[in-house]
Ligand binder design. Structure first.
Ligand code: ZN
Length: 261
């Protein structure tokens, strides 16, 4: 859970006040809330197109430290759906390239690369350093692994899923919301969508999902707005229909959700 105490009395610098002037002009967006972003650490588990988009928006919003976890190399098909990548990057370490672009965009950002597969052996140590996690994992089993471990260490997880021309975003808040396993069961996603090369993905839709993830993360860090838990937003782009699902519940026999009754 996001409970780490921070000294947010440190003032923003003149340069930060100027850079974040538009964001600070939003109702309720105080210098203290901006300082929470500056002092926050977010771990980005996987740099698929949603994860990369989310990392970009978090950096722009002023999150002070990002940990990028991805061991893949840039493929030609990545360039068509990812922001920040170009054909000149094909064959390079994706996390290193994204980190380099983010440093150029936001020189004050501390961005760290963990060029490794997110797996059961490193999951908890990666999460331990962060205030919250966002996942940009392409494999649905890895998304469940992220859920299991975030539930275990009580860290919020912002999940995004793409299925053809629709996407959904779910902010998992341990102790206040169901885990992803239970949410997928609620959604009828027990047979997880296929993943891997050629899975069907459009950059514009992935970008929408990644931006949504970033907005949810910013809300949690700044404590602006409402994170109700058990609340999933789904958008069908072809139908232009939003679906706001609010009664998702954890199963009583779930080892994670069951312990909170
Ligand atoms: Zn559960």
């Amino acid at each position: 859970m996001y409970k780490r105490r921070r000294n947010t009395n440190k003032s923003l610098t003149a340069a930060q006040l100027e850079r974040f002037a538009n964001q600070l002009a939003l109702p309720g967006m105080t210098a203290e809330r901006q300082q929470r972003l500056v002092q926050a650490t977010v771990v980005v588990l996987g740099l698929n197109a949603t994860g990369t988009t989310c990392a970009m928006h978090l950096a722009q919003a002023g999150v002070g430290r990002l940990i990028l976890v991805d061991c893949e190399f840039v493929g030609i098909s990545d360039v068509a759906v990812h922001p920040l990548l170009s054909m000149a990057d094909v064959g390079s370490c994706k996390a290193e390239i994204v980190a380099e672009r983010l440093r150029t965009m936001c020189p004050e950002l501390r961005v760290e690369v963990r060029a490794q597969q997110f797996d059961p052996h490193n999951a908890e140590s990666l999460l331990y350093e962060a205030d919250l996690a966002v996942e940009g994992l392409s494999n649905w089993q890895d998304k469940l692994l992220a859920s299991d471990n975030c539930m275990h260490v009580l860290k919020p997880l912002i999940h995004a899923g793409l299925i053809e021309f629709s996407f959904h975003v779910f902010s998992m808040m341990p102790g206040r919301s169901a885990c992803l396993r239970c949410v997928f069961s609620n959604l009828g996603l027990d047979d997880l969508p296929a993943s891997g090369p050629g899975r069907g993905e459009m950059g514009a839709i992935a970008g929408l999902a990644g931006a949504f993830q970033a907005a949810e993360a910013i809300k949690i860090i700044t404590r602006l707005g409402t994170i109700s838990g058990n609340h999933l937003l789904r958008f069908d782009v072809l139908r232009s229909e939003f679906d706001d699902m609010t009664r998702l519940t954890g199963r009583s026999d779930c080892p994670d959700c069951g312990r909170w009754g």
